[in-house]
Design a protein around this ligand. Sequence first.
Ligand SMILES: *Cc1c(COP(=O)(O)O)cnc(C)c1O
Length: 379
Amino acid sequence: MRSQDFDRLYLSPPHLGRHELNYLHKAIEDNWVAPVGPNLDGFERDICEFTGAGHCVALTSGTAAIHLGLRLLGVGPGDEVLCSSFTFVATASPILYLGATPVFVDSETTTWNMCPERLREAIEDRIRQGHRPKALILVHLYGMPARLREILAIAAEFDIPVLEDAAEALGSRYEGQPLGSFGAVGVFSFNGNKILTTSGGGALVTNDAVWAQKARFWATQARDAAPYYQHSELGYNYRLSNLLAGIGRGQMGLLEDRVKKRREIHAWYCERLRHVPGLVFAPQEPAGSRTNRWLTTVLLDAEQTTVTPEQLRLHLETRNIESRPLWKPLHLQPLFADVPHYGGVVCEDLFARGLCLPSGSAMSDMDLRRVLEAVKELL
Ligand SMILES: *Cc1c(COP(=O)(O)O)cnc(C)c1O
């Protein structure tokens, strides 16, 4: 069969359920499409309920949530913010929005997230140089919980507040507790490729009521309490619409199911491809962690196969299957050429050897078999 005979198999496409339309319908019927409304309140309540966070602010994107979260932590011009190097650019762009500088920290090999040893080294060195880091952004990449206990302990020791970038990790848990609820601020994304989607959207969670109020204020143009338009602070247009929040309400009801499905997909690939020489399933789930397996990732072992991740990606492409390289580390990005970084070889090596396989929760058995056959053809 030619590749055109198959529909394109995407990496992680949106997967809608049956109730999103009801919430949208109701919003249109009631003329509640803007600006706020019952879906927005309900969506925020659903997120609080799931994460255990005291307060939630639904926003237009995860990036917006990181931006507001860093501002809540007091980040401003000239500050330095510690940040995982191995992540999507949107983790760090908001540091630049605020006129601050990122300081990148390498990964460790067990979870692929921020390395506690490199973190300590970075903090001590920055302080020696007279730059006490203002905040720390901790990412849970591909849904895998970072080494939270160690990292939170180091952050507490140096009194540095933590923002958790859980954009990829909604539904993941660490020692039973949902990710996003460990830091002073937690951030989720509801972009189209994430485990749940509102087509585009994000959320900020915190236990601080004053901070939540402040984030809402900034997200709606920072309008002072006056009958006319008066502004004492800089604001943004970042609030999620009541329509999209309706999609979010329908999606939140599906979260446990979607996590279960993504974990099953990961287990399915592992079981059938584990013994293919040169193909390594990583990272593994450490005891006490429960990842949502947002994307199934693999590494190619150059000692066992001559096939490179790029060759595998191109081969899957000929079968009309989308796969993606792992995130290119931020300390290698031209945008951040002059930024300090601590370590880097661990995530550089992962980037060189890794690939993300199609992991969408709507994948059928036939879809999975297509990927399986295509991988086996080459390896
Ligand atoms: C998707 C993502 C973001 C940004 O979320 P958007 O909703 O797309 O703005 C931030 N950080 C990570 C790690 C992400 O994967």
